[in-house]
Design a protein around this ligand. Structure first.
Ligand SMILES: Cc1cc2nc3c(=O)[nH]c(=O)nc-3n(C[C@H](O)[C@H](O)[C@H](O)COP(=O)(O)OP(=O)(O)OC[C@H]3O[C@@H](n4cnc5c(N)ncnc54)[C@H](O)[C@@H]3O)c2cc1C
Ligand code: FES
Length: 299
């Protein structure tokens, strides 16, 4: 199995936002095929899917695919999963990897998939992480499976800018929740770990690390904070980065039905007025686009 990344170079550049992207040329319905499905911790799987290459396929870290988990009417709706990494399996075949945790019916079905299983999916969807041209220090805060999409972002930044200063804190309840640390370190990222039970790394939560580092991060050139994890953690990341005036992007999760902005099922409260649709306007937002208090009551 090839593990090297193949984020399309234009996938990491700043492309037009999802709101202006052409549905016809950017979003595809594929039938992929499972290449490998393995447990990477007690409840987390990594699944590698082969998908047909398309010249116009551009996948950017932070974007997601809607995946059909069963052949029958139940579960009816496709489930959203972030792209964990992309690679090439051959001249006309791409590898799309996702990390997923078993939480309900759909993910239970996915856990049973074996090599050769056909998989119906739609994507890439949404607005991924934006990487500024003048990017300086990068600080990432990953709560639990938040590392699923931040891994691809770190890979893309380090592929694009050799020697980039990428610091990541991965937080979890216990050491079995801490994933991808050796892989990130071998790419050149500096990885910190927090666990609530203290079984590995610093005892505490990932935002403790951010709070401790913020003064330093704020003094460095063109720092950007990226965060993915539970809503409460993201709200705290916003509080800290706002206090230190550090630009921050967050990847949000919401229950989704259509994935393309039609059903209004994934609405979160906007800071100015109205709502943002997580599937179409996000899932990655500038942290100051969100009304955190009202969104916490909504999701
Ligand atoms: C943009 C986006 C990217 C995602 N990326 C990943 C990923 O990379 N890896 C991964 O494991 N999961 C990811 N998720 C969450 C994933 O979509 C859900 O875990 C999945 O849909 C659950 O399906 P299910 O049928 O197993 O569970 P269900 O039977 O639908 O639900 C089981 C339980 O999980 C809860 N739940 C379901 N979906 C969510 C959600 N989105 N947020 C919070 N709670 C939820 C339900 O409330 C219920 O308690 C992502 C979600 C979004 C919106
Ligand atoms: S999931 Fe339908 S609008 Fe977002």
């Amino acid at each position: 199995m090839k593990t090297e990344s193949s984020w399309n170079s234009s996938s990491s550049a700043n492309r037009p936002d999802a709101t202006s992207k052409s549905l016809e040329t950017r979003i595809f319905q594929f039938t992929g095929e499972v290449v490998e499905n393995r447990l990477v911790s007690s409840s987390t799987h990594r699944i590698d899917l082969s998908i047909p290459h398309r010249d116009s396929l551009r996948v950017k870290p932070g974007e997601f695919f809607m995946i059909r988990t069963g052949p029958f009417l139940d579960p009816l709706l496709r489930r959203p999963f972030s792209v964990h990494s992309m690679g090439r399996l051959g001249a006309r075949v791409e590898r799309l990897s996702i990390l997923f945790r078993v939480v309900g019916q759909g993910t239970q079905l996915m856990a049973t998939w074996r090599k050769g299983q056909p998989v119906d999916m739609v994507g890439p969807l949404g607005r991924g992480y934006r990487i500024p041209e003048d990017l300086g220090t990068v600080a990432m805060v990953a709560g639990g499976l938040g590392i699923a999409s931040l891994f691809g972002l770190a890979q893309s930044i380090l592929q694009r800018k050799k020697g980039a200063d990428v610091r990541i804190c991965i937080g979890g309840n216990s050491k079995t929740d801490i994933l991808m640390k050796p892989e990130l370190e071998s790419m050149g990222a500096k990885v910190n770990v927090t666990t609530e039970d203290g079984s590995i790394g610093m005892r505490g939560v990932a935002t403790d690390w951010l709070e401790a580092e913020s003064l330093q991060l704020a003094s460095e050139r063109d720092t950007v904070v990226y965060a993915c994890g539970p809503l409460g953690m993201l709200a705290k990341v916003n509080t800290v980065t706002e206090r230190f005036s550090i630009p921050c992007q967050v990847s949000l999760e919401a229950r989704m039905a259509c994935g393309v902005g039609s059903c209004l099922g994934c609405a979160v409260k906007a800071r100015d007025q109205g709502y943002h649709m997580v599937c179409k306007d996000g899932p990655v937002f500038d942290a100051d686009e969100i009304d955190w208090e009202r969104t916490k009551r909504l999701i």
